[in-house]
Design a protein around this ligand. Structure first.
Ligand code: EPU
Length: 416
């Protein structure tokens, strides 16, 4: 199993090109199931979750032609309407095939995702929404069996804001009979990016970017071209790395207005952040100030940045409070950060971070994707050597993170 060895204390300086967003690319690949025509996608990130999704869709009969960050998908020969447990257990986002399969083919068999390191993460809202659109759904042997001759438009109010739930129902609604209203819809930029692709494919969607999506179903969708938006979480992760280790980084192919809540917090911590249309510059010297925050849905502070900003808070000159409201168990990084000398206590859904003047390298274990990123950030700032085990979690969601960091001066290497 690969590990990362980091010798901390090096300033970061230079340019990093940000990849396309993982959480936009995954639903967008599934949109390839909605049409028999070809989708031409650009800026697709090269990461393990995308490879897993390509494998799953390939097994279903979707043809995928890959050239660097460009993919051509063709859904003409899709025949196997199933997402098996072996795939879904490695990647929960596999649930995103359910809506498209049901909408275009009238049936689907998708494994129920199992447990997850960051919380229980049920998919009841996906199922309830599809039932409201007329699908017959039964759960048997760990699988969701869904059938509907033709989905029908419906008004759906989800109990909570769900990102992949909104995406699944939005894709299903594009081919349903009549009008579907999705209220309490997720407004994350990745949902908006998917909606723009669907419109390019001929879908009729109003309210894009709002919490009320109104979809007029059409009989069929056609091919389209689309470039995936920048990964705001990769962007935020590198901003935190520069703020923790000190330095002067320019992040390219990304936009500050995808992550205003994070940029505001980083400025509060003392980072000097300037931005243009497609770049962000972050400069930091000295010790960060503590920043307190609560995670919420977009446009609030993203749960996917909680661990990384907490790593920065570990080094702050004072105490901060971090409250996680989206997932019930997203503090697996806390014990590992404490192994590096951080002073974090957990009180229910809140972490109280007592900043320390320095962290000291140690062997640590990655537990989930964003937890791994927080350990990299802490390791870059810590004195001495940090050895991070189980970095397959990191590879799921970051495109060659160690290569990007070593190119800007970090002492980081992958150990096979
Ligand atoms: N929820 C339910 N029932 C449902 C759906 C969601 O109870 O049917 C609950 C969840 O358990 C959670 C909350 O609603 O407590 C929000 O979950 P959501 O459905 O929005 O999360 P998701 O769609 O499974 C996506 C991202 C996550 C990100 C969350 C929150 C993708 C592929 N994944 O997950 O990304 O944390 O939204 O923004 O888009 C990551 O990239 O590291 C990651 C975990």
């Amino acid at each position: 199993m690969d590990k990362l060895l980091i010798r901390g204390g090096k300033r970061l300086a230079g340019d990093i090109v940000i990849a396309g967003a993982k959480n936009a690319a995954l639903p967008i690949l599934c949109a390839g199931l909605l049409t028999a025509d070809t989708l031409l996608l650009a800026n697709v990130p090269r990461l393990q979750d995308v490879a897993t999704m390509q494998k799953l869709l390939g097994q279903m009969g979707l043809s995928i032609d890959e050239q660097g960050d460009r993919l051509a998908l063709c859904g003409r020969d899709v025949a196997r309407l199933e997402a098996p447990y072996e795939m879904v257990k490695t990647m929960r986002a596999s649930i995103l095939v359910l809506g498209p399969l049901l909408a275009r083919f009238g049936e689907a068999k998708v494994s129920l995702p199992g447990g997850c390191a960051i919380g229980s993460r049920p998919v009841d809202q996906h199922i309830r929404g599809l039932q409201a659109m007329g699908a017959e759904i039964r759960i048997e042997g760990g699988y969701i069996y869904a059938k509907a001759k033709k989905l029908k438009g419906a008004r759906i109010v989800t109990d909570m804001i769900t990102v992949t739930g909104t995406e699944n129902l939005l894709m299903a609604a594009t081919l349903a009979d009549g009008e579907t209203v999705l209220d309490n819809a997720a407004r994350e930029p990745e949902v908006t990016d998917l909606a723009h692709l669907l419109v390019a494919m001929g879908a009729k969607i109003d309210g894009i970017g709002s919490d009320r999506l109104v979809v007029q179903g059409v009989p069929a969708l056609h091919g389209a071209q689309h470039s995936v938006i920048a990964d705001r979480i990769e962007t935020g992760t590198f901003i935190c790395a520069a703020a923790a280790a000190g330095g002067d980084l320019v992040l390219k192919n990304t936009r500050a207005n995808l992550l205003d809540a994070v940029v505001d917090k980083l400025r509060e911590s003392g980072a000097v952040i300037t931005a243009g249309d497609d770049w962000i510059r972050v400069q930091m010297s000295g010790r960060p100030r503590p920043v307190s925050f609560r995670t919420t849905e977009y446009p609030g502070f993203p749960t996917d940045m909680q661990a990384q900003v907490m790593a920065l808070d570990c080094l702050a000159d004072g105490t901060s409070r971090v409250t996680e409201t989206i997932f019930e168990n997203r503090y697996m990084h806390v014990q590992e950060l404490n192994r590096l000398g951080a002073g974090i206590e957990i009180d229910g859904h809140t972490a109280i971070v007592h900043g320390v003047p320095r962290l000291v390298g140690a062997p640590v274990m990655a537990t989930d994707l964003r937890a791994s990123a927080s350990l990299v950030i802490a390791g870059l700032a810590a004195e001495g050597e940090t050895l991070i085990d189980r970095i397959y979690h990191l590879d799921r969601g970051y495109d060659r993170m160690e290569a990007k960091l070593s190119a800007v001066g970090a002492d980081i290497q992958r150990i096979k």
